[in-house]
Design a protein around this ligand. Structure first.
Ligand code: NDP
Length: 309
């Protein structure tokens, strides 16, 4: 019984192995490309590896992606036909939480406008809403969205979220499904996208959606570049309907040098930096997932292949 680790998304493979061994010292861990006997490999922890390079792993039982988004993996024709189990911290990632809160506060406090003014040596106070007057809307209310949504609620913001299935929450107003989208958008001044990229959400940040946001709304995309139709965003900003945008993910990545997003005065481009995947935050889930599989217990963090997340 062995775990194969492919080149990680961050840090050395040896560091990932040693970090997992700190949690489970007896685990047999192989580092790509030293697979050993492919029959031994029951578990695959995958980061940066073209799955086409994998040898036949006849006894593979689970794939555990290091990433929190599975669009790339699920789109691969070489993905083994075994269950996929997510490895991110089940209570969210503090790095994503502080990053998301940072960007919401940045739009709330008109920081892009103040920086513009500073460049012009202009001393002018911009009218400021109070938090309870600022309606923040999360597209997606999953593992990564819930902690920042709750933090912003705690700061007094009027927070809502939009999900696929019907859900309820004591503090956050929840809308769901295509039928709930219009009402969600109509009450959202700062939109945060933390959706997975699926067939349903590809290109969802488009002209039709922007038109349903109130005039002066801002958009923060922390999901995937594929969620956004770049030209529609630029048109909505240029018309004055949208006030600003922050893009942590772009399509493609890196953003091409000739993209108009780089120089648009109302767009902040970030090099996909919201969350860095660290071995220490992933190791406990990897070990628990293997333990559950060995014990014949149901998995806690399985990915729904059909839904795409
Ligand atoms: P989860 O799977 O925990 O949550 C996904 C949420 O999106 C759920 O609330 C789900 O609804 C909702 N959703 C999915 N499809 C739809 C749909 N068609 N309509 C409405 N709501 C939908 O995901 P995570 O929170 O872990 O991650 C979200 C995404 O964040 C990742 O897929 C990835 O793309 C992105 N990400 C970005 C990073 C960055 O550095 N910028 C880092 C890590 C992730 P329901 O609750 O009903 O299931």
């Amino acid at each position: 019984m062995a775990l194969l680790i492919t080149p990680p998304v961050m840090g050395s493979a040896e560091h990932w192995r040693d970090t997992i061994l700190e949690v489970s010292p007896d685990l047999d861990i192989r580092l790509w490309p030293e697979v050993g006997d492919p029959d031994d490999i029951l578990y695959l922890l995958t980061g940066f590896l073209d799955l086409a390079e994998l040898p036949e792993l006849p006894n593979l039982r689970l794939v555990m992606p290091m990433f929190a988004g599975f669009d790339h993996l699920l789109g691969s024709p070489h993905l083994p036909d075994v269950p996929i189990v997510r490895t991110g911290p089940p209570d969210g990632d503090p790095a994503m939480t502080e990053y998301c809160v940072l960007h919401v506060l940045r739009h709330h406090r008109h920081m892009p406008d103040y920086l513009d003014q500073q460049r012009r040596r202009e001393w002018k106070v911009i009218p400021q809403k109070q938090p309870h007057e600022q309606r923040v809307g999360f597209m997606g209310f999953g593992v990564l969205a819930r902690p920042p949504a709750r933090t912003l609620h705690g700061l007094g913001f009027d927070v809502a979220a939009w999900t696929r299935s019907e859900r309820s929450d004591p503090d956050i107003a929840l809308f769901n499904g295509p039928d709930g989208l219009a009402a969600f958008l109509a009450r959202t001044d700062i939109l945060v996208c933390l959706l997975p990229l699926t067939d349903d959400t590809d290109g969802i940040l488009n002209a039709n959606l922007f038109a349903q946001l109130p005039e002066g709304a801002s958009v923060i995309n922390l999901g995937r570049g594929g969620h956004l139709v770049d030209g529609d965003l630029i048109a909505a900003l240029d018309s004055g309907h949208l006030a600003g945008a922050t893009l942590d993910a772009t399509k493609p990545e890196p953003l091409p040098q000739d993209s108009p997003l780089w120089t648009h005065p109302r767009v902040t481009v970030m090099p996909h930096t919201a969350r860095r995947v660290r071995a220490a935050t992933v190791a406990p889930q990897v070990v628990e997932t293997i333990r559950r599989d060995q014990a014949g217990e149901p998995q806690l963090w399985a990915v729904d292949r059909a839904a795409g997340y």
